[in-house]
Write a protein that binds this ligand. Structure first.
Ligand code: G3I
Length: 367
């Protein structure tokens, strides 16, 4: 794994930035996380294209990242919203070019998901699409998209969130597969079809199954069974993506540790793909309304505990991505309802939080 760091991430750049800008320079002056993680884990963020157009956000992303993922710009609705075979790669290409110009790797997220798929995918005029047509659409979409980014996206989330464990409100089949147009029209084989198409389109890319609650023992069992099934059928799958959307209390570090070891025993590499730590434990009552110093301190300890685990397991875990740059733009402030949240490493003014310091310390101290 190439985790070399270019000179832009060394502290000279920070000193220059401090000397030349009166604007909030603290964040830019902070030591590079990518540098602190180099030789240990790839490190980076989910980004939006607007964050790459200059300004402090751009500086932070280029300074602190050795890997990036587009938060939405590489999803099917973004790339192929207009119809079959009609692609809009311009925005995603900008993200990839930004990364390439700075020696930053790109994860591709995501080829198939039950959300953010364009409507045309599942329609044939007024009718629902038939199985054969949907399979050919899946194969064509993946061939075109993975082919387009071949050699520039080093790892793909091929299938996202197809398995469900312990979610009473979610429709699921007897094998634990989420009921969705993909599953209902194609059948469980949609996963195999997707992985085969991705492997054909870029044999050099690492192919991942990505999901949340990957530490839940029942989810571990479902994902492990899927991996064994794919392998028995000669299908290439390289890794598991742990979304790792956490709160202050959940999940427990030791549950994550057990799961990482179990996936590791299958010979899978692992990426932490969407780490964030919500201040709210649950959403029904006692919602947090501000990030008090005490809460931020507890959050930083929680980041340290999790990141220390990922670093300790770095024979199995190769990359760590935080789902968003700053508290100004986290999905958690709008889902499942609008609320105050502050789950990331930089605050809404793009200044480093105690969590940033904790992650930096963990990366530097890992031996
Ligand atoms: O692009 C439209 C825009 O045209 C419109 O004006 C605007 C008004 O609502 O919506 C925009 O789309 C939004 C999109 O983000 C882009 O900003 C959608 O409403 C919004 O639902 C969508 O949310 C994204 C969510 O996935 C969708 O499922 C979040 O930003 C993104 O962080 C989130 O990411 C997912 C991962 O892909 C998979 N794992 C869970 C994670 C968090 O939900």
């Amino acid at each position: 794994m190439d985790m070399s760091i270019s000179r832009r991430q060394l502290s000279l750049a920070a000193l220059v930035a401090m000397a030349t800008s009166a604007a909030p320079s603290l964040a830019v002056a902070a030591p590079s996380l990518a540098y602190a993680f180099s030789g240990k884990l790839l490190f980076g963020f989910a980004v939006t294209p607007e964050q790459l157009d200059g300004g402090l956000a751009t500086e932070l992303i280029e300074r602190h990242s050795s890997v990036l993922v587009a938060e939405n710009a590489m999803k099917p609705d973004a790339l192929a919203g207009k119809g079959e075979g009609i692609y809009d790669f311009a925005t995603a290409d900008r993200v990839v070019a930004f990364a390439a110009a700075r020696g930053i790797k790109v994860r591709g997220h995501t080829l198939l998901w039950h959300r953010q798929m364009p409507e045309w995918f599942f329609r044939d005029g007024a009718e629902e699409v038939n199985r054969a047509t949907l399979i050919s659409r899946i194969e064509r979409y993946i061939a075109d998209v993975v082919g387009h980014f071949k050699g520039r996206v080093f790892a793909w989330d091929v299938v996202n969130e197809a398995l469900v464990a312990d979610e009473p409100g979610t429709a699921v089949d007897a094998a634990g597969l989420r009921l969705s147009p993909l599953r209902d029209i194609v059948g469980p084989e949609f996963i195999e079809i997707a992985f085969r198409a991705a492997a054909r389109a870029d044999p050099g890319a690492l192919l991942f199954y990505n999901d949340y609650e990957t530490q839940n023992p029942r989810k571990v069992a479902l994902i492990s069974a899927l991996v064994r099934h794919l392998r028995e059928r000669g299908v290439k799958i390289d890794g598991i993506g742990h979304q790792a959307h956490c709160s202050m209390a959940h999940p427990m570090v030791h549950d994550f540790e057990r799961a990482i070891d179990q996936y590791g025993a299958l010979g899978l590499i692992q990426h932490i793909t969407e780490l964030d730590i919500a201040l709210n434990q649950q959403l029904m009552e006692n919602l947090v309304s501000a990030a008090t110093p005490a809460l931020l301190q507890r959050q930083s300890q929680r980041y340290a505990d999790l990141v220390n685990l990922f670093l300790r397991k770095r024979d199995k875990v190769h990359a760590l991505l935080v789902w968003g740059l700053s508290d100004a733009n986290s999905w958690l402030t709008s889902w499942p309802m609008p609320r105050f949240e502050a789950p990331l490493l930089f605050d809404a003014q793009l200044q480093p939080k105690p969590a940033f310091e904790a992650v930096l310390r963990a990366a530097r101290q890992a031996r």
